[in-house]
Ligand binder design. Structure first.
Ligand SMILES: NC(=O)c1ccc[n+]([C@@H]2O[C@H](COP(=O)([O-])OP(=O)(O)OC[C@H]3O[C@@H](n4cnc5c(N)ncnc54)[C@H](OP(=O)(O)O)[C@@H]3O)[C@@H](O)[C@H]2O)c1
Length: 300
């Protein structure tokens, strides 16, 4: 089966490339040929690649910078997504659109379900929500997959940042009052491919629409940092302590929800797809990152 994924070096596109097996031909489409900031570049690029499935993983993902670049974020995440969805509809391809927990304001006291009201707190969340709406309106054969807190051995992410900070410091202050589901891009890739295969075989309405897709277990940023430093220490790094701080002690341009947890039971019930807990998956990520950038006292 021919699958086209948008983006070149992003975490999800790289993980998909690693996890795709012989059951599919996975092609990526990205800049300069397909530039989401230039929606006119999108349709012909996708038509030429003749996909059965399009995974729209590329996006403007700089959450803080988006506050000052609202027009670019909207153009890429809403207009760009709409152009991808219109092309999918024209080609007759099924579309998976990656979205985010940041479509919610985090005020609920339980994990968010798909039908809970959206109310983004930041520009990135608003642009991704606009993308969701444009995708749903333009392409009937689409799935919107909201995921969260992605980490991987590729690109920039929280785990890599913690390992870098831990090289130079013996203590790091990390926010402890935001909770979410830290999700391995590799686990997400396995799930996305399983969903894509099923979409290609079965056009039932219940398999289309919005689904939440994150790791099965939850954490605060400080919990993840503690586990990263523990695993790194086991692999030969010096110990690093985590000082648990409140959100207001680490001001950022974009406001983030305190509760980012997503309830993924709909995905499990309808697709039979569930991601593992985050701690087990983190081991592979930390091991690979340390192996790629060994330090003097790392013995891996
Ligand atoms: N990271 C997270 O924690 C997280 C959480 C929730 C949802 N998501 C969503 O999941 C998806 C994948 O995220 P990710 O972590 O893999 O993202 P990422 O690592 O930040 O990569 C972003 C990707 O988007 C591409 N891109 C950015 N601007 C583009 C443009 N104008 N034209 C074409 N491509 C462009 C980049 O292209 P290059 O390869 O050329 O650099 C890159 O491949 C995104 O839709 C994101 O919104 C991510």
């Amino acid at each position: 089966m021919r699958i086209v994924v948008t983006g070149r070096r992003g975490q999800i596109v790289t993980a998909l490339r690693e996890r795709a097996d012989d059951a599919c031909v996975l092609l990526s489409a990205g800049r300069p040929e397909l530039d989401l900031a230039r929606p006119s570049s999108i349709a012909q690029t996708l038509i030429d690649l003749r996909p059965r499935i399009i995974i729209h993983a590329a996006a403007y993902t700089m959450v803080d910078k988006a506050e000052a670049e609202a027009d670019v974020a909207m153009r890429v995440n809403a207009d760009g997504a709409a152009a991808v969805a219109e092309a999918a509809q024209r080609i007759g391809a099924s579309l998976l659109y990656l979205s985010t927990d940041y479509v919610f304001d985090g005020h609920l006291e339980r994990p968010y379900r798909e039908e809970d009201p959206t109310a983004p707190m930041n520009m990135y969340g608003r642009s991704k929500l606009a993308g969701e709406k444009r995708v749903a309106a333009a392409c009937e054969d689409s799935v919107i997959l909201r995921t969260a807190w992605i980490y991987s051995p590729f690109g920039s992410n929280f785990v890599r940042t913690m390992l870098r900070l831990g090289e130079a410091r013996c203590e790091v202050g990390v926010v402890d009052d935001q909770r979410g589901n830290p999700t391995s891009a590799l686990d997400a890739a396995d799930a996305i491919l399983a969903i894509a295969m099923r979409m290609a075989q079965d056009s039932s309405r219940e398999l289309r629409g919005i689904f939440h897709m994150t790791a099965a277990t939850e954490a605060s940023w400080a919990d993840i940092a503690s586990e990263v430093f523990l695993q790194a220490e086991r692999l030969g790094r010096s110990p690093v302590a985590v000082r648990r701080i409140a959100t207001h002690e680490y001001p950022t341009a974009a406001t983030r929800p305190a509760n980012s947890r997503l309830d993924c039971s709909k995905l499990k019930d309808i697709y039979g797809v569930a991601l593992p807990g985050w701690r087990g998956s983190l081991i592979e990520c930390v091991t690979r990152l340390l192996r790629a950038a060994p330090t003097q006292n790392a013995d891996v």
